[in-house]
Design a protein around this ligand. Structure first.
Ligand code: DLL
Length: 435
């Protein structure tokens, strides 16, 4: 049974009525409180009364990351700062961070959304949960922490990093659940193997991973190496952090917390709404946030949506795994390439480790993609001839499946820096103006 069956299993018609009501309230709220949106609505001659159906959302303007940067730090805030009880910020490495302010009510709603996520993954009061998402400005640490507190779990707030200590505590405390990025889960699995700790024989049962793209193949790899069920969390700072979508026991798509977030898919070039089922850019409108409501926020994440009766009676619309980001997309010899596609193909090759990095360079006018991937110890030690053979095999596999020529660089085990948070998968060495 879901955490909140009233909403998670609400008949679709009723749910959509609820969404429409909340959408109208949100538009009225921003028209009154946020000068940035007031101006945009005025330019389009729109008022809250123009929203009479959910489809009317397409009349509203989009919001993009730059709008948040331009209004840094609190320009988009709809409440006075004295009403704000918490501010998180994105982990962006360039430019100004993106801020996410919350009222007390926003905090409660965020915790509720996250509790649904943990509960759907089978986390219960009796569980000892090891939270290895970074604590601090990043929404992962505290987002998971609050929900685990609400459920009543025993929380071990390790935060990210200090991998050996993570493993020792996991063993000593008998943690049942692990929360971290998928790449950090692999780092932990690998270090445990080196420490001769058999994670499979520990009480660890489930992990909730997210905050970066990962393929189903990567999920299987983690499940296999840790002997756990790997569940997923999706979200972004601009809209609260994790808690926007999550998967359930059937591991079949991520249920979007639709009573809080209205999802659309648009064509990333034309920005026209696409019919349900088609792949495009995910756009969210918050329906209940008070401190910083977001109207049609362009996530740049590429996925598709579908609705069908869900696991344990859930009715929420589902999204696929994030396929890539529209801004992460590489164009190699005219072919659109998402790093996740390469990841899926690499994980089909048994001679390599699931550790890779894509380097993009200019070769004349053309983009050249170099795939650095770690060979397994035995393969690497078997000499250069064997290494070339494997490189050829991987290049042929990628060419056969995606039609692009890439250079494979089979690197030694441990060559690629291990991640404690979000992994750096793409190193773009092209001059900025040519990307
Ligand atoms: O990463 C929030 C989060 C924390 C989600 C912990 C899940 C778990 P940001 O740092 O603002 O917020 O980054 C948001 O990360 O637009 C996606 O591109 C990516 N992302 C988040 N979750 C997933 C996921 C947090 N499950 C950006 N799969 C988003 C793929 C994800 N990408």
């Amino acid at each position: 049974m879901p955490w909140n069956d009233k909403f998670e299993c609400m008949p679709v018609e009723e749910l959509q009525k609820f969404q429409l009501q909340k959408l109208k309230e949100t538009v009225a709220w921003i028209s009154e409180k946020v000068p940035f949106y007031q101006k945009k609505l005025k330019e389009l001659s729109l008022t809250a009364d123009d929203i009479q159906s959910l489809e009317d959302i397409s009349k509203l303007p989009f919001t993009v990351k730059n709008d948040l940067r331009d209004n840094y730090p609190f320009g988009l805030c709809a409440v006075p700062l004295k009403e704000v009880v918490r501010v998180h910020a994105s982990s962006g490495t360039t430019g100004k961070p993106i801020t996410g302010p919350y009222t007390a009510e926003d905090m409660e709603q965020w915790t509720e959304c996250m509790a649904r996520n943990l509960w759907a993954a089978g986390v219960r009061k009796e569980d000892i949960v090891q939270n290895a998402y970074g604590y601090g400005l990043f929404t992962g640490g505290l987002g998971f922490h609050q929900a685990a507190t609400k459920i009543g779990c025993t929380i071990v707030p390790t935060s990210s990093g200090l991998t050996e200590r993570q493993i020792t505590l996991m063993k000593d405390f008998g943690s049942n659940a692990l929360f971290c990025t998928p790449s950090y889960a692999l780092t932990i699995a690998e270090r445990a193997e080196e420490m001769k700790v058999d994670i499979k024989s520990l009480p660890l049962r489930v992990g909730i991973f997210g905050a970066e793209p990962w393929t189903s193949q990567m999920r299987e790899e983690i499940e296999e190496r840790m002997g756990i069920k790997a569940q997923e969390a999706y979200g972004l700072t601009e809209l609260c952090g994790p808690g926007i979508a999550f998967d359930a026991g059937d591991q079949n798509g991520l249920y979007i917390n639709e009573d809080h977030f209205l999802a659309e898919i648009v064509d990333p070039q034309t920005l026209e709404p696409l019919p349900i089922g088609e792949q495009g850019e995910l756009v969210f409108t918050s329906l209940q946030r008070r401190a910083m409501p977001m109207i049609r926020y362009r996530t740049k994440d590429i996925t598709r949506l579908w609705r069908e009766p869900g696991h344990e009676g859930r009715t929420f619309i589902r999204m696929d795994k994030i396929f890539g980001r529209s801004d992460d997309m590489l164009i190699i010899s005219g072919v659109n390439v998402f790093p996740s596609q390469i990841e899926a193909l690499l994980l089909e090759i048994e001679e390599v480790e699931p550790q890779y990095r894509l380097v993009v360079r200019k070769k004349g006018y053309l983009d050249q993609l170099i795939v650095q991937v770690e060979g397994k110890q035995a393969v690497y030690e078997a000499g250069s001839e064997r290494r070339h053979e494997i490189e050829g095999k991987i290049a042929a596999h990628i060419k056969g499946m995606m039609g692009i020529s890439v250079e494979i660089d089979l690197v030694e085990p441990k060559f690629i820096a291990r991640s404690e948070g979000k992994a750096l998968r793409v190193v773009d060495e092209r001059p900025k103006q040519l990307r």
